[in-house]
Ligand binder design. Sequence first.
Ligand code: ADP
Ligand code: ZN
Ligand code: ZN
Length: 797
Amino acid sequence: MNKDEAAFLKQGFRVAVPFGKSKVYTAIVYQVHDQAPQGYETKPIDQILDETPIVTPTQIKHWEWMASYYMCTLGEVVKAALPSAFLLESETMVSLNKDVVVDEASLSDEEFLVLEALEHRSPIHINDVRSILDKSNVVKVLQGLIEQRIISVFEEVYEQYSPKLKRYVKLAQHFAIEENLRELLNTLSRAPKQRDVLMQLFMLQSKDKKPIGVDALMKASKASSATIKSLINKEILEEFYIKKDRVNYEGEAGEEVKQLSEAQSTALKEIKISFKEKDIVLLHGVTSSGKTEIYVQLIEEILKTGQQILYMLPEIALTTQLITRLQFYFGDKVSVYHSKYTLNERVEVWNNVLESKPKAQIVIGARSSLFLPFSNLGLIIIDEEHEPSFKQYNPAPRYHARDSAVVLGHLHNAKTLMGSATPSFETYHNCTTDKYGLVTLNKRFGNVLMPDIELVDIKEKHKKKLMKGHFSDRLLEEMHETLSNNEQIILFQNRRGFSPIVECTTCGTSPQCPNCDVSLTYHQYKNELRCHYCGYHTTMLISCMACGSESMDSKGFGTEQIETELKNLFPKHSVARMDQDTTKGKHAYSKLIDRLENLEIDILVGTQMLAKGLDFRNIGLVGVMNADNLLNFPDFRAHERSFQLLQQVSGRAGRTQKRGKVLIQTYNPYHTILQQVSINDYKTMYKMQTDERHNYKYPPFYRTIKLTFKDRNLQKVGKAALWYELALEQQLNENVLGPEAPPVARIRNQYITNVLIKIPKEQSLAKTKEFINKVQRSFNAIKEFSSVRVIIDVDNY
Ligand code: ADP
Ligand code: ZN
Ligand code: ZN
């Protein structure tokens, strides 16, 4: 490159840099200077790819903060931040086939290298394969792996979900005149079924001004589709279709923003007052208190100032309902940024944000949306701020999107509003110490009562023989009543599969995964035993591998078993299941939500996927099959999480006029957390739990950094972790814990052990990290440990 070109170059430009034979990397200009670096040879720049920077100085500042705070490289942050289309030409992705068991000895060296990379992260881009193998033609290697069924390749594209058109009916115009209607009802007295349908139509219309779906009408009137058809044929009813658009909204803002209730207005006012003094405010509002409408009002005000708005959600796939809602209000000002969109779509949103286009003035996104090139950010909303999925675990940067958003807001001088019905302790602690503002909303919108939560003692029920399978008589009773009221039921069970563990009743052995230290899970549908960690599976055993006895019994239970029991208990009702296994297909999740909304499902049983901010109108009952396995989880956040999850699941009940009912089945109804859940007492729960956290030196009072060591050799990983721990102890003393093996101590044949560092608030975080980096450098110099992988997770979850 010549001098003129160099003068043209600025931070944030993309350039092409050739490496090796025919490989070209795309890089981002970080700094323009004239000091030749020492110790390595610089590569010449081949080509400047942009005329203006695609990355802003603020972004680079933010990314530098992330790299330093989360102890990773700037390159790792850039990789997470940029849509890969900016960096790469071809779109081929390579992924590891989940269920293969690979005989590594049979692989060539190159094949092994690719496999190893994929075990660490899958899928990877074809260019990653090129750099792993250090050559540009990798087709042959990939071909070999495909033939051995070890990998699959695909083009990374994400088809948008196009919902089927929904069918609605209304009374024909002719009958809007009362006389005609009276006449009609008279003639229909000879067709009672059709008359019933009309009566139900009027009932539904009086409840709700919205269009009446055919499904809902059929359900309410118990009519067949033939009856409805004949009404349409007789021109009594008119049918029409509405497209229920989910992701891609092509309309104008239609809906008027709703008038806030008094409680909502007060909350909004308080938020605004709080924002005068503080940059960050938490809106602690119970489920269905109408938090979203408050966000909407704030968004409206910021829109007028011309500033950008970032609305962050824990998982976008789970919140299509909200996207539709915002698009109704703000039309094409809303952009959605999502890692599942095609690369081109992501680039488009990126460019729209970069150029401050009105189209992208509001961005809704999951955690990666905070990497966008905002120039004029005025407001960040972090909805469901307590959700653990805001924290990325793999790959690095292992960042918490909520905390990183706070820093982003600070860089932009923007305001940040967090919302939750069950705030994280970290955030609530920041409120009680006056770092954040706090606004509370403890009434549901429209004077809907909080659900009535009842604890059911299943130990007692077992004793009195009042259990049918996993259902207590109380739960069954409530279920029957709910169904007879034409309302729907959600059942929550924290495990998927049929029964997590199969056990030999003669010798007590249960089949284990050959690659991981866990018992295999029985999946009835395929009659298989599966490992939930590595995907290994085998057909269900007929006899015990240890003693040969044929008395294999199942212990515990999962969603699949509950579903099977339900089908026997309620043969006339439609039962569906929502868990990782049933939502794998492309739009499986959205379809399930649709079916539930359209009243095609009476009873939905599912895992915690059910807890996430869904707003259904017709759920009369929520049942928790067993609360104990949540509470007994070995993690210091287990009680906090249990409270959050149970409150959130309960919050799905009775979001309309009638009070919802929640039944929680447990062996331990006197557990403090359950008692607090049942009376919706966040504050006491927070107080008691944080007292304990304080005593045992955990967040929010101490910060934690978790180090994870992995190796194929058990002795080596133990030795390496111990060496590391002792080195850390020299300066950090008793605040280093471990090494300790986690409950599942081997995954995919890698042995795992952990070391936990606790950092008191008064100890310098920066200095501590510097010290850890120093220890890491010494560790890297030890040859014996060269195969041991160390993963550093700051503020681990
Ligand atoms: P949250 O996010 O606090 O759980 P939502 O914002 O989802 O609660 O509100 C719950 C329900 O109440 C939604 O169906 C919403 O449409 C309705 N709602 C909330 N505020 C209003 C309002 N001011 N006017 C009319 N309906 C409202
Ligand atoms: Zn046995
Ligand atoms: Zn396994």
